[in-house]
Design a protein around this ligand. Structure first.
Ligand code: BGC
Length: 252
């Protein structure tokens, strides 16, 4: 089935039409800047523009959103305008695009794609997907089933919120070398290991493409590796999840 997948992030709104059977992109992948003041109205306008550019009409849209998402509503806003808290993502975006919208947390979306089509395929036990970008997003799976909205970038760690210590933004903000940042991320991974004992940790987000620059600074016992789908994971996972949700609704 064809579904439009959209990944809303702190700096960019990315989208493409996805074949949800194979997890491949059926259109080019477009990226628009996230509005500087990323209020519901402004983001809805950007999503409408992206939908128009991809000539998407009436069909289902799956949206990954950088916050806690419950029943289509944002319940937090660490990396997006605070006015989203309590706002319905699905209502805002279906009104602006005239399409049915299903929303979920962005890391959950990217994690789902990694489990279905990427490095997590066929992996059971406890799998932790961590996406490293402006923040740190997490998706936790047990035998392939997602536990949504885990928010492990917000663990308090080393005297601060973990994503302020070890995200890619933190690397840039504190001007950390790969060794310094890799050591910080390793400390964070050790904490994750102590709390969850994952069988596998998959790393996603832009910085996972540069894995060879910092993997030598990791000395955790658990199995850690990049998630493979890189930048498209959020788009593919959002589309895949939306298709599954719609199917379930049809049979209810
Ligand atoms: C948010 C998460 C999100 C992550 C990555 C965090 O600041 O709280 O919901 O998944 O950033 O965008």
């Amino acid at each position: 089935m064809k579904v439009l997948g959209i990944d809303i992030g702190a700096s960019g709104v990315k989208g493409a039409i996805v074949d949800t059977e194979t997890g491949t992109l059926l259109s080019e992948r477009l990226r628009l800047e996230t509005p500087a003041k990323s209020t519901p109205g402004a983001v809805a306008k950007t999503v409408k523009e992206l939908t128009g550019l991809l000539r998407w009409k009436d069909g289902v849209i799956g949206v990954g959103f950088p916050a806690i998402v419950k029943r289509g509503t944002a319940l937090s806003a660490a990396n997006i305008d605070k006015s989203w808290i309590g706002a319905s993502i699905t209502d805002e975006l279906s009104r602006s695009t005239n399409c049915p919208v299903i929303a979920l947390n962005d890391a959950d979306a990217a994690g789902i794609a990694a489990m279905e089509f990427g490095g997590g395929k066929g992996e059971d036990g406890v799998v932790m997907f961590l996406t490293i970008g402006s923040g740190i997003g997490s998706a936790l799976f047990y035998d392939g089933e997602l536990v949504p909205n885990t928010e492990l970038g917000h663990l308090h760690f080393a005297g601060m919120v973990a994503e302020h210590y070890a995200s890619n933004n933190a690397r840039k903000k504190f001007d950390l070398s790969w060794e310094e940042w890799g050591t910080r991320f390793n400390n964070y991974l050790k904490h994750i290991d102590r709390l969850f004992t994952p069988d596998l940790v998959l790393l996603g987000g832009g910085v996972s493409k540069k894995y060879e620059k910092y993997e030598q600074y990791f000395n955790v016992k658990m199995n850690v590796r990049p998630a493979e789908l890189k930048n498209d994971a959020g788009i593919i996972g959002a589309a895949f999840y939306a298709q599954k949700k719609m199917q379930r609704r049809k049979f209810k």
